[in-house]
Design a protein around this ligand. Sequence first.
Ligand code: NDP
Length: 451
Amino acid sequence: MRTFDFDLFVIGGGSGGVRAARMSAQRGARVALAECAELGGTCVNVGCIPKKLYSYAAGYAESFEEAAGFGWRLGEPRFDWNRLKANRAREITRLNGVYRGLLEGAGVTLIQGWAQLADAQTVQIGEKKHTARHVLVATGGMPFVPEVAGREHLVVSDAMFDLDPFPKRLLVVGGGYIACEFASIFNGLGAQVTQLYRGAHLLNGFDEDLRQFLAKEMTRTGIDIRFNCEIDMITRTDSGLCALLSRGQRVEADTILYATGRVPNTQGLGLEAAGVALDERGGVVVDAHYRSSVPSVLAVGDVSTRQQLTPVALAEAMVVVDTLFGKGPRQLDYEFTPTAVFTHPNIGTCGYTEAAARAKFGKVSVFSSEFKALRHTLSGSGERTFMKLIVEHASDRVVGLHMVGPDAGEVVQGFAVAMRAGATKAMFDSTIGIHPTVAEEFVTMREPMPG
Ligand code: NDP
């Protein structure tokens, strides 16, 4: 029988790769992991973690304003961007070390460098070749920027954490997760933010009511959102950058962020030469067990074609670990994957939009509620909260749950468990609320919307 240097060779030390490597090693497999940058991938270094830290920073601006209504008298708050950047960098370095410690502690061989497939069971780093029974590609994704004149003047999300100096005027292009989150964050931190989106409503794919409600709230916080807008050209001027819009308008800015989607990182990995099929976005095509068209090569996370979310990559990695070194093949169920968008206020959502639920389940009942949270009776803020439930008529099952409001991600995580367990509207109704909270509204909505 052929022998291999490793049972599993993981290419990429992000969320999916680290989880797969660590857990496989803990189950006794001989594992190597190659990474050419810091451990932790997009999530730890230039994604979820620093983004959430900056979102917390931005949230203080509202808190300072709202404190007065509760009797606090504060001096003029001053924001120190350099201090935030330094504190974030320190925390991310700590996390890089935690990841290294976890991998080394589990007995994973860590290799620094750019890895590529030499053949279906050989990974090459520099001159050195390593054979492995299985190769897991977990190289994530990277920002996609469309062709635009003056492209050299724009930045992508990776650069937003260390901008120097702080942009007084920020122009954000895109209407997805990253665009909305950075628009909210920099608006909170004190920048004058303009957001341009080519469509008519932000956040394609989310529930229509929620999309419209969020745009109203983001506008209320001071973001200038312009719909049906595209940029023809970006130029540098004496006072910064200038974006020329296709309708003839101009927007001046210090920084222009393009948050126009992310594409899989598959270039330069030797995948196609090894016979690994890629889709039209360049992502690795995998089956339900994350095997590519080459049986010894698997892929999880953003490099394949499914939902680009850290917890999804982690869950996929665990399926691979169980399949290769555990109880055997199993499949991940992507239905009712909850997600949050860390705008101000947050979005939290689980399950089907109203339109998707109607298409899949036929008749549905819709419950929705919009209100001012108790906190804002004294805070002076005009912020409102929106909640919506979609119930399959035939089974009474709650198949969609959507929220725009404070800590929506925290609220929706718990409801996602109930929804995966098949909770019905009757079960929601028989659940006692926690009073006074915003979340209790989800168990007290009684009257469906007409129609
Ligand atoms: P998204 O796919 O969410 O959004 C991309 C945006 O760019 C859309 O509004 C899209 O418009 C627009 N766009 C695409 N191409 C062009 C173009 N050629 N010109 C102008 N606009 C364009 O991608 P993001 O980059 O925001 O995020 C990538 C993924 O990362 C997300 O989908 C999500 O899965 C994940 N993520 C998750 C987060 C979380 O969990 N909180 C946070 C950040 C990212 P249109 O809608 O019209 O196609």
